[in-house]
Design a protein around this ligand. Structure first.
Ligand code: IVH
Length: 722
């Protein structure tokens, strides 16, 4: 079909036929793109046809189709971006919710740095912009790459899109040779309103809030769409650098301003926590008139030397915190209470609400936590909300704090319908009807169905293929549900049998929604690539209770191999006292034995986690399922600690006596960052004792055991800090 005829000359009939063809051609191209098949349309042709479609719809609005390609641009299409590994992790921030959290933050920093109450300690305070963070890499003063935060380690390459943002300089004069500038992409209120007006006029869905609009606009495969969206950028941090920007946070921000970045005019330097809080109140008072969304104030230690000493936790710096504005509230009616079943069988009650706008976002669901929360009780059995329970039909007060799932703060008893009855929490799983049991001391009721419960099985599988776990490209939540529903994948091990069992599955996958030859081949390849998996990812992927990413990494580092971990679990479970105890009494029966201590003695692994690990891996069906999986994998031993070249990597170090150049917390953090394990007591396993003045029994024990002992300066010299 000819798509170049002058639009004014077209009859209704001709326009209608052309719109039908365009819907088909662009729809096919979209599908081909999303399923990773080779798109048969070049980007330029795609853009041209899309523009033609829009022009036709503008001239013939009554002919716009229900499946118009114009409406399909808003969807984020993350699969299409290449990945960027951040040279330095993109951090998130810890939160402070009230003034005392701020004083605690400042107090904690003083303590860490060993500063007395009167020693000067300044902070910067600046608005926390509600957008999405972006890292811009300049080499030789030229913008070479822009990446979203992603999971902090790996983001999406959005360079072409970032180049369309006017606030982002393409070149810099007088910048360090390597400079990664970090900041927030956001949309102003005015631009957001205008964009939504345009969206609605074109028949497209409006965005819920400026942040979603900014994210949807930046994460467009088609940079032309980003260009048409008015995005802005504030610089507030940096990553990789070839030379320092300044000595202070304030100095560095000013330098970024001088290099041509927008920096926030409300950034101030504060000498006391009172001044920080006063600045917070000042910003809060201006919030409504700023013209863009902010959700709090960020405080950062001003002295960059102090920042370096304070260092980073796994995902947040110790030297910064976000002081959030109070949550926004609204009243609405609770229509229904649904029970969702999670990966570990937890039954989670969810409130279905009459939709209401809370802080600019339409909310129709809220979490109800657990059965006690609905009944008006806290974890200790004390009253919350003055003991008021929550019933279907009630008027409830909903609040949102940041990005978290909305919650219910209060109930209006004066509006309670006469026929409202107390909610009866189910004692059977709503999905598989197995008994749902609440262990003493546990706030949560859990389905006992294990893998026979379809809800648990699917949630486990989704977790297994998730980003921090196996991260199999082309196998996301939607595909997992599809394959589970078909009976093709019932447990993680089945994923690795997919090609063998349904190999001619190529044939079977084809013709199904969204699957073609190429996407099926790609999927099998992506699965096969993940047979080789780092130990920490495998442990996390199993989705065991209490074993999050950090614990999985700790276990992996400690045991090194899967065999060693399973061996330790089996040995601990084989302890006679443990094995003999009734399952419910096991926690109390935990013996103080070497096997048990080999788990609980690991820094960061407590009794609860060790018990959960043993319970899960000793459960015969679960263990068999895990073995079916591990039999098919090539598990990579844990990587050596981050800085294996450091002289203390892998060594067990004990600090004792008074340290004069650093606090105990700082010494511990520094040693751990260098790959050492810090222990509180001296034993035959100790490699090094660092003894300051006043060292007593530990120094004597170390001498008896022949453990190498250094003073503070000796230690600093050893690690290259002196
Ligand atoms: S500093 C190493 N400053 O908030 C510190 N973050 O909740 C990195 N954000 O991921 C962050 N305004 O996307 C910083 N003035 C500001 C900010 C800010 C907004 C965002 C950022 C970060 C998130 C953490």
């Amino acid at each position: 079909m000819d798509h170049t005829l002058p639009i004014e000359t077209l009859s209704d009939e001709a326009a209608k036929a052309e719109l039908a063809t365009l819907a088909r051609v662009l729809g096919d191209a979209n599908r081909a793109y999303h399923t990773n098949d080779a798109p048969d349309l070049s980007d330029a042709d795609y853009d041209r046809l899309k523009a033609r479609n829009l022009a036709l719809e503008t001239r013939f609005p009554h002919l716009k189709r229900a499946d118009s390609p114009s409406d399909q641009v808003g969807a984020p299409v993350a699969d299409g971006f290449s990945k960027v590994r951040h040279v330095q992790r993109m951090m998130s921030l810890g939160n402070a919710f009230d003034d005392s959290d701020v004083s605690d933050f400042v107090g904690g920093i003083r303590k860490f740095l060993g500063l007395g109450a009167d020693a000067p300690l300044a902070f910067t305070a600046e608005p926390k912009i509600d957008g999405l963070s972006l890292s811009l890499r300049y080499e030789g003063g030229v913008l070479v790459q822009a990446a979203t935060r992603g999971d902090g380690e790996t983001g999406e390459n959005v360079t072409a899109n970032a180049r369309t943002i006017a606030d982002i300089p393409q070149t810099l004069m007088g910048a360090p040779d390597i400079l990664e500038v970090r900041g927030e992409v956001y949309m102003s209120h005015d631009d957001f309103t205008a964009l939504n007006t345009r969206q609605e006029a074109g028949g497209a869905k409006p965005f819920a809030n400026p942040r979603n609009a900014a994210a949807g606009s930046l994460r467009q495969l088609d940079a032309a769409i980003t260009r048409a969206r008015p995005l802005r950028f504030f610089a507030y941090a940096w990553g990789d650098l070839s030379s320092p920007l300044a000595d202070t946070q304030m100095g560095a921000i000013e330098r970024l301003g001088a290099l041509g970045f927008q920096i926030n005019a409300l950034t101030a330097r504060c000498d006391t926590s009172q001044a920080m809080i006063a600045h917070y109140r000042g910003i809060e008072a201006q919030r409504a008139t700023l013209g863009y969304d902010i959700d709090g104030v960020v405080y950062k230690v001003d002295d960059l030397g102090y920042q370096a000493r304070l260092g980073l936790r796994s995902t947040t710096p110790r030297w910064a915190i976000a002081h959030k504005f109070p949550a926004e509230l609204a009243w609405t009616r609770l229509d229904e209470i649904d029970i969702q079943v999670g990966r570990t069988g937890a039954l989670s009650p969810v409130a279905r609400l009459a939709p209401v706008t809370v802080g600019g976002v339409v909310v129709s669901n809220a979490t109800l936590h657990n059965e006690d929360y609905i009944a008006g009780l806290d974890a200790q059995g004390g009253q919350i909300r003055g003991g008021k329970d929550i019933r279907v039909g009630d008027w409830v007060q909903v609040y949102r704090a940041g990005d978290v799932i909305p919650k219910i703060a209060d109930v209006d008893l004066s509006k309670r319908p006469d026929d409202a009855v107390p909610f009866v929490f189910p004692d059977h799983c709503p999905r598989c009807d197995s008994a749902a049991i609440r262990e003493p001391g546990d706030a949560v009721r859990r389905c006992t169905g294990g893998m026979i419960c379809p809800a648990q099985a699917v949630e486990k599988l989704k977790h297994f293929v998730g980003r921090a776990a196996f991260d199999i490209e082309g196998l996301g939540a939607k595909q997992v549900e599809q394959f589970y529903h078909d009976g093709w994948i019932r447990e993680p091990a089945d994923i690795f049998q997919l090609e063998t069992r349904y190999g001619s599955g190529l044939q079977q996958l084809k013709n199904r929604d969204g699957w073609g030859d190429k996407s099926a081949t790609n999927l099998f390849q992506a699965i096969s690539d993940k047979r080789r998996i780092p130990l920490a990812r495998l442990i996390f992927a199993l989705g065991l209770r209490h074993v999050g990413e950090v614990a999985a990494a700790t276990l992996a580092r400690h045991f090194g191999t899967w065999g060693a971990l399973i061996g330790a679990v089996d040995q601990a479970a084989g302890e006679p006292a443990y094995a003999a105890a009734e399952p419910k009494a096991r926690k109390a029966a935990l013996p103080d034995s070497p096997a048990w201590a080999s788990l609980t003695g690991i820094d960061g692994i407590g009794d609860v986690l060790a018990e959960a690990l043993i319970t899960a891996l000793q459960q015969p069906a679960e263990r068999a399922s895990v073995t079916r999986l591990t039999d098919q994998l090539d598990i990579q031993p844990a990587e050596a600690p981050a800085q294996s070249d450091s002289p203390v990597a892998g060594k067990t170090v004990v600090f004792t006596g008074t340290l004069e150049k650093m606090t105990r917390a700082e010494a511990k953090a520094r040693a751990e960052a260098l790959g050492a394990k810090v222990s509180g007591s001296v034993s035959a396993k100790t490699d090094l004792l660092v003894a300051g003045p006043g060292a007593g029994s530990k120094a004597k024990k170390a001498a008896d055991l022949g453990v190498e002992t250094l003073d503070e300066d000796g230690w600093l010299q050893l690690i290259g800090d002196l």
